[in-house]
Design a protein around this ligand. Sequence first.
Ligand code: GLY
Length: 332
Amino acid sequence: MQGRDLVIVYQAPLSQHLDTLLTFLGDAPKSLVSHQLPNGEQAKNLGELERLIGTLIDAGLGRDGLLLALGGGVVGDITGFAAACYQRGMDFIQLPTTLLSQVDSAVGGKTAVNHPMGKNLIGAFHQPQAVFVDLDWLDTLPDNELSAGLAEVIKYGVIADPEFFVWLETNMAALRAKDKTLLTHAIERSLTIKADIVSQDEREQGVRAHLNLGHTFGHAIEANQGYGNWLHGEAVAAGSLMAAELAKARGMLDDEQLSRLYRLNQAAGLPLKGPSDMTPDQYLPLMMRDKKVLAGKLRLVLPQGIGQAVVVSDATQSEILDAIKAVQTANP
Ligand code: GLY
């Protein structure tokens, strides 16, 4: 950051963190401008991208400038996409302030904005120069956002690490109490699993799709409810249970494994159902807009026991509907 032109992108609730960052940077940058996005997921759209690019132009930023994304997934995703597009690509650094962005969205180079017809439909793969995770950012994180981050942490156990899943079962209460030692382990383990997967398949031609467990159902929930009304992690949690019910119906999970998934979501303070005002048949049209639809076939990530995942492209509409109904009527 020394001697470079910097633009910091943030949202209003993080003004206090912005002050801390500005003090830390001191007079190291050559120039510094901050750009405030509107609050919430609504900020992740093409209009706000254009406004951000306008700030970069006004600031006279060249390709050798640097963007800093200070915030959660929304700030990271739109800032990363601006960095991918502006003058055909420039550097950016992620400073993720939510658990969800620290364990998932800030790492791996996925950047995007939403389109009214679907989440993250406009984007690019563009790796940050660095990701700095500071646990102190989590001190002010609301409980529901901590839980939303835990949904992605649980995902890593389900798709890749049965021992980590057991560790989460043991330590969930302390994680929700923000025990820093345990949070450090949870974040390190999540990022190790993510780094391993992304290094094998950066552009999601294969194994990286496993990171989308629950996301196809979850994106349908987010689109139906209006972006931001259900937190991404909450929608992923309910969606993961739908994927798990489908896996159970196919004999890929047993009753006990399915119950453990419901119990761990409950312990993490996550929803155990989709929205009560969304009917099962409202999911499918929204799911078909997912980026994972190939040649008209929906590709779903399903758990294969606890600790492994597979992608299936032969799930029938009735299987999907049955899985959603099973979650909506479950009494775990
Ligand atoms: N959040 C899923 C991925 O980075 O691939």
